[in-house]
Design a protein around this ligand. Structure first.
Ligand SMILES: [Zn+2]
Length: 270
C-alpha cells in the first residue's frame, strides 16, 4: 500500500486486519483505513504495528483505528510517550530485543530490530513463507533519500547486510517502489560507497562543509557506478553533507556507538 510516496503493508487475520503504520496525516490515515476496508471487507483493524516513531509513518493511529492494539519496539514507545503527539496513540504492547515471533489473530509475524538504523525502535518484518521483507525508511530502491536526518550510520550497513542472511526475494521499503534482493543489496552498497567517499573527501581536501563541492566530488567518484539510480544527482550532495557531519561529530549520540542498546535504558519507564 502506498500514497505515492510512503509505503507500508497490512495483513488479513482470521477476524481482523493487522496494519503496519498509519501514513502521515489524519486524512491519509482515514484513506488507508478505507482502502483496507475495501480490500478486506468486514474485518476491522485490530492491530497497528509502528515501524518506527516518525509521525510521517506512524503518527495517526487515532484517525486510523483508535481502539486497535498498538505494537511498538521499546525505544519507539519511549519516544512516543515523551513526545505526546496528538493522534499518535500510545503503544499497548511493547517489544524488546532483536527478534520477536508473534502470532496475532492467526497471522505469524517475525519482527526484527538489530539496533538503531533509522528513527527510534525501527521494527522490520520478515515473512518467510512469502519470501518478503519490510524495513521502513532504511534502504530504498533509488537514491531519493532527502537529507537522511535521522539515520544512525554507525551500525546501519552491518544491520542491513544482516537482513540478507534471511531468505527473501521481495523487499518492501518505507517509501517509493518495491524491489528485490538485488535492488536492496545495491541500495546498501550505494550508502556504504557514499559513506566511504565522505571519508575520502576529508583526505582529498574537499571543502566538506560546502554543498556544491561535495555534490561535485560525489558525482565524480560515484556517478559511473550509481548514476543510474533515480534521484542520484539531485540528492547525493545533501546526503554527503549529512554523512560528513556524522564523521565530523562522531555520530549523533548513543545511537551511533558500538553498544547502542544502552540508549535510554533506565531513564524512561513505560
Ligand atoms: Zn522515518
Amino acid at each position: 500500500m502506498s500514497d505515492g510516496q510512503v509505503r507500508t503493508i497490512f495483513l488479513e487475520g482470521d477476524n481482523s486486519v493487522i496494519a503496519f503504520d498509519t501514513f502521515g496525516t489524519p486524512g491519509r490515515a482515514r484513506a488507508y483505513g478505507k482502502a483496507i476496508a475495501n480490500a478486506v471487507p468486514g474485518k476491522p483493524i485490530g492491530t497497528i504495528i509502528y515501524s518506527h516513531d516518525h509521525l510521517d509513518h506512524a503518527g495517526f493511529a487515532a484517525d486510523l483505528a483508535p481502539d486497535a492494539d498498538v505494537i511498538a519496539d521499546e525505544m519507539c514507545a519511549k519516544v512516543i510517550k515523551l513526545r505526546g503527539a496528538q493522534g499518535q496513540t500510545q503503544p499497548t504492547r511493547v517489544l524488546t530485543g532483536e527478534r520477536n515471533e508473534l502470532t496475532i489473530d492467526g497471522v505469524d509475524l517475525v519482527l526484527l530490530n538489530p539496533g538503531p538504523t533509522h528513527g527510534s525502535g525501527n521494527l522490520a518484518a520478515y515473512f518467510a513463507e512469502e519470501k518478503t521483507f519490510f524495513s521502513s525508511d532504511t534502504i530504498l530502491a533509488n537514491a531519493k533519500y532527502g537529507f537522511m536526518p535521522d539515520y544512525h550510520f554507525c551500525n546501519l550497513i552491518e544491520y542491513m547486510r544482516g537482513f540478507l542472511d534471511l531468505d527473501w526475494d521481495r523487499f518492501v521499503p518505507g517509501r517509493y517502489e518495491m524491489t528485490d534482493r538485488v535492488g536492496f543489496e545495491r541500495g546498501v552498497d550505494f550508502i556504504e560507497a557514499l559513506m566511504t567517499e565522505c571519508q575520502l573527501a576529508f583526505v582529498n581536501f574537499v571543502p566538506i562543509w560546502a554543498y556544491e563541492p561535495m555534490k561535485g566530488y560525489c558525482i565524480g567518484q560515484l556517478g559511473e557506478r550509481f548514476g543510474d539510480l533515480e534521484g542520484f544527482e539531485g540528492h547525493v550532495g545533501q546526503m554527503a553533507i549529512r554523512i560528513v557531519h556524522h564523521y565530523l561529530m562522531g555520530g549523533w549520540g548513543l545511537e551511533d556507538t558500538p553498544e547502542p542498546r544502552v540508549l535510554m535504558a533506565d531513564q524512561i519507564s513505560l
